[in-house]
Design a binder for this molecule. Structure first.
Ligand code: PMP
Length: 398
């Protein structure tokens, strides 16, 4: 029965991680997968998370199932983080939120919901986008198109081209936006550009789907939500897939959420019954532990303050590594201009390194970068900066 099955291609990012793990080079450097690393190269458990877990350990009374949509304390805390306390959307109950296994789970549930209830819709993603977007949407049979985003020559957002592309998208289609810290380019629209995009969305009548996986990694929790909140002033309906993998460091706990916003509370309630149906037939109900940690932190002022300061430390370290990377390349004699890297934000930047150069870095130096040249800036440390920049300088200057 199974003999005809062919091997699936390795996942371009997780496959690279496996190759890194089996590399025996003691000086290897992993700049592939988007996981935050501290100065020692570890992915730490945040203090706020540990403290929340200690509380949970003593308070937890049952391992019985959660409901399909997850725990109420978690669902309401997610909405406050997305919209800000006392937002109209919350007061008027225009949004319904379901806890999903990570941001990927939220995207998958959103995909099924779209396929079932907007069967004619094409979903549009930026060019380029996170490698998994296309596969998640195609796996439910959705048509996936792409809109212009990146200006490779100037290493910037090609906003004119983006507007031109989005102006072609008809009413009823779905457009995915990265809420902040665009993966893989690290380039986001400015507040003024978000305003223009929101106006365009309202004019064209396409449905925005925000993928919000890095809240707090760009400027701040509130600043990073500006794009999404600007849209809410102009469009009545939206989907938001958010993740707490990065900003709480809860990668393996699989905590995220899908939020649906409708024109009225009744519509939101009705549409949400269908979201729940997608979940029920998929994984039935979410895992509890990660969401209990997030709810404990978000609903407790002391833990919240601790978490926010730890998140700030991660963000500042990444910004510092960006500047140090640019400066160290200069010191190593690289004449090519890499200054754009210090202007971008979030975990990733497109380095501009070619696939051949990326291969050479892996083979000759044990430096792992995704084939597109995307660098996970969060993997840079003071210790690996020198060898990394020396290797890049040797490759670029030869
Ligand atoms: N969207 C984007 C843009 C991402 O970068 C990621 C994680 N790499 C996700 C979604 C998925 O997040 P999670 O690990 O929580 O499934």
């Amino acid at each position: 029965m199974f003999e005809h099955i062919q091997a699936a291609p390795a996942d371009p990012i997780l496959g690279l991680n496996d190759a890194y793990k089996s590399d025996l080079n003691p000086n290897k450097i992993n700049l592939g997968v988007g996981v935050y690393k501290d100065e020692q190269g570890n992915t730490p458990i945040l203090k706020a998370v540990k403290q929340a877990e200690e509380r949970l350990l003593t308070q937890e009374k049952t391992k019985s199932y959660l409901s399909i949509e997850g725990a109420p304390a978690y669902r309401s805390a997610v909405q406050k983080l997305l919209f800000g306390n006392d937002h109209n959307i919350i007061n008027k109950q225009l949004a319904q939120t379901a806890h999903t296994p990570g941001g990927t789970g939220a995207l998958r549930v959103a995909a099924e919901f779209i396929k079932k209830h907007l069967p004619e819709a094409t979903i549009w993603v930026s060019n380029p986008t996170w490698a998994n977007h296309q596969s998640v949407f195609q796996s439910v049979g959705l048509e996936v198109g792409s809109y212009a985003y990146y200006d490779a020559k100037n290493k910037s957002l090609d906003f004119e081209a983006m507007l031109a592309s989005l102006s072609q998208i008809p009413e009823g289609d779905v457009v995915l936006f990265h809420g902040c810290c665009h993966n893989p380019t690290g380039i986001d629209p400015t507040p003024e550009q978000w305003y223009q995009l929101a106006k365009l969305s309202s004019k064209q009548g396409f449905l925005p789907l925000f993928d919000f996986a890095y809240q707090g990694f760009g400027q701040s929790l509130n600043d990073d939500a500006k794009g999404l909140r600007t849209f809410l002033e102009h469009v009545p309906e939206m989907l938001i897939a958010n993740s707490f993998s990065k900003n709480f460091g809860l990668y393996n706990e699989r905590v995220g959420a899908l939020t649906i916003i409708c024109e009225t509370a009744e519509q939101a309630e009705t549409a949400f019954t269908q979201v729940k149906r997608c979940i029920r037939t998929n994984y039935s109900n979410p895992p509890s532990h990660g969401s209990a940690i997030v709810a404990e932190i978000l609903n407790d002022p002391e833990l919240y303050a601790l978490w926010e300061s730890e998140l700030k430390d991660m963000r500042i370290r990444i910004h510092e590594m960006r500047s140090l990377f640019v400066n160290t390349l200069r010191v190593k004699g690289v004449s090519q201009d890499f200054s754009f890297i210090s202007q971008q934000q979030g975990m990733f930047s497109f380095s501009g390194l070619t696939p051949d150069q990326v291969t050479q870095l892996r083979k000759d130096y044990g430096i792992y970068i995704v084939g597109s040249g995307r660098i996970s800036v969060a993997g840079l440390t003071h210790d690996n900066m020198e060898p990394l920049c020396s290797a890049i300088a040797e490759i670029l200057n030869n």
